[in-house]
Every structure is written in C-alpha cells, then in structure tokens.
Design a protein around this ligand. Sequence first.
Ligand SMILES: Cc1ncc(COP(=O)(O)O)c(C=O)c1O
Length: 388
Amino acid sequence: MKVPFVDLHPQHEEVYEELEAVFRHALHDSAFVGGQPVAAFEEAFAAYCGAAQAVTCANGTDALKLALMAAGVSAGDAVITVPNTFIATVEALTLVGAHPVFVDVEPTTYNLSPTLLEAFLVEQCRPDVDGRVIHVQTGRLVTAVLPVHLYGLPADMGPILALAHQYNLRVVEDACQAHGAFYQLNGVQKRAGALSDVAAFSFYPGKNLGAIGEGGAVVTDDGDMARRMRMWRDHGQSEKYVHISPDGWNSRLDTIQCAVLAIKLRRLDEWNGQRRQIAAWYCERLAGEERIVLPVEPAGRQHVYHLFVIRVPDREKTRQRLLEQGIAVGMHYPIPIHLQPAYCYHGWQTGDYPETETAAASILSLPMYPHLSEQQVDYVCHVLRTAV
Ligand SMILES: Cc1ncc(COP(=O)(O)O)c(C=O)c1O
C-alpha cells in the first residue's frame, strides 16, 4: 500500500463543480484582481475566525509582515518568538527590520513556553527609564511577542497574553497552521487568530484551508490596523494613484483564489473534524507503545492537526522503514531556526534552546489530510510499531 503525506485530489473532487464554476465566472467576467469575491471571502473568513476584519494578501509570509507592521513593530525592535517554527515566522521579522529573540518551547506541545517567557522577561530584560522592555544582551527594545500555533495546536495564549499585558508588549499570532483551532480564553472558546491584537494565516495549498496557489490573510478586530494593511498591500495607496505610504508593495490576493477559498471555507469544519478523527485513530492504534510520543491536546484547546507529529527514539531508522514500505513522512522542522545558516550572524550556538533541539532530532510527521482512510492509518500504525 502507498500512503502519501498529503493528497489534495480528494478535497478538490469533493468541490469540483463549484471550483469549475469559479473559473467559468472568472473567464466570463475577465476580472481577476479585487472585486466582490475578495470582499465576500474577507467577510466570511473574519466571521469564521470571530474577528471584525480580514485582509487577504499574497501569502502567509506577507500576512505576518503586514501584521507586524500594523502592530507597530519597527526597524531595530526585538520581537520574542520561538526557534521551533517554519522559517517564515522569523523571515517576517527580518522583512520589517526587526530582530528575533528566542524563547524555547514546551516539550509536550512544541509551542512557546509561558514559563520560559516569564523567565526571559524577568532575567534577560530590564526596564528603561520609560518602563519599556530592553533585552539586556542586545540592548534592543522588545515590542512584541509572536507565538506560533504550531502543527494546528494553539499556543497557551492565556498566560502569554497576561505577560504581554504586564510588560506592555503587542501580541501577533502566527496562525498559519491553525485555521479553525480553538483556545478557551477566560472561559470563552475562541478561534486561533481571534486571541490577540492581530493574526496571520497562510493559504498555501496543503494548509487546512488551502488555495489553489499561494495566499494569506491577516485578521484583527482593529479597524485602523485593517485599513493600514489594505493600504500597504496595495502599493501604499489610499485611493487610485494616491500613494500615502512608501512602505507599500503588491500583496493582493487574486479574485480566483478568494472565490476558491470561500468554497473551501464552507467545508473547513468538516475537514478539520476528519483530521481530528484520523488523529484519534492514530492515537488509539499507537497507544501503549512507549517508544512513540504522541501529540497532546491540553484541556481547553482544540487541535486541528495540520500535522500529526510524533517523536521516536531512532528517527532516521524509523523514517527509512516507513519510506521503504510506501509511507511518506516529514520532519517539521529538522533544523531549528537558531541553527540555520541564514541566521548564524546572531551567534546562536547548539545548546541554546535545548527543547527545540531535542524535538528537531526526534520528531516525525505522519501522513495527515482529511481524506486519509482508516485502512491507511491502520497500515501506517502497523508498519510504525514494527519499525520502532
Ligand atoms: C508557521 C508558519 N508561518 C508562516 C508560514 C508562511 O506562509 P507562506 O508559505 O504562505 O508564506 C507558514 C507556511 O508554511 C508556516 O507554517
């Protein structure tokens, strides 16, 4: 049996006629940029997330860049984030001229540790004369925290938001892997993206909500932030040929992509439910195998399993066995950001973020997409148990 890591064919077959109609309309109207489908998807996506506004853009990296700009992160600032993430989280900081300062992750959820965040703020930062937070080692002003809801599980936002409030830091969520995930904040179930000042999503095709190409969006309750982001993504213009900001560029999301995303958004809860069912099958079948560490879903959070990530002792051997048996697997991510060549100028060393490094050496992502069958999951679990 062959088990692909992700297969997008079945989800597109499910909505094939609706997608065909999008192309027919687009060709008939010959209107490919802006228009009603963009506004309609923005409204629907904002409502889905439980936010007042959504601003679509070219991809998730641009969404992060727009979100950071809207949050007021400036060139030279330091922003707290995790070294256990996809490179784009940190790239977006570089794109706005800011500098990453890392706090390690929790070993169980792989997300930003609130305990280590507090220790970082107490031990590695000091207030300046105006009470602003200065990172002692670099002398930089810390202005924001950028937690990542990695693999589809929201970071522990309650204590993160409380610390951000105490230290007067903005919070920008990297929700690029967590469309539809829930976190219970002060007794209220909120979706990823509606937990902070502003949040970024990616619609890369393999995401839980994926375009048929590149795409991204920022969501916020703040009308002024939304207005500025709309202006920046459209060449810094307030109206046609009136350019009020030199910081703009072209990050508009195509009309066709918005129309496709609106169709898929209507299926997102169902597809996330299927992902959760698949995760439950994996957990059932792998339970009791003590050499396999399964993903966790802490109380008050709902994981949407963009990725199903386990840990195994001899990752390379296990990975090879699975590949030999026709099972495609991944590693998210094999090299922590602080050890990436692109960021070596910061002088980070092996050993600086031990939880991230330990995870990077042992994590393995199993096949996960909504249409994976129970039979395929059985096969993966059978091969995996034998392999470890
Ligand atoms: C955590 C995270 N942040 C940011 C991004 C960037 O999104 P994009 O690839 O759409 O630019 C991704 C996409 O893979 C991601 O997984």
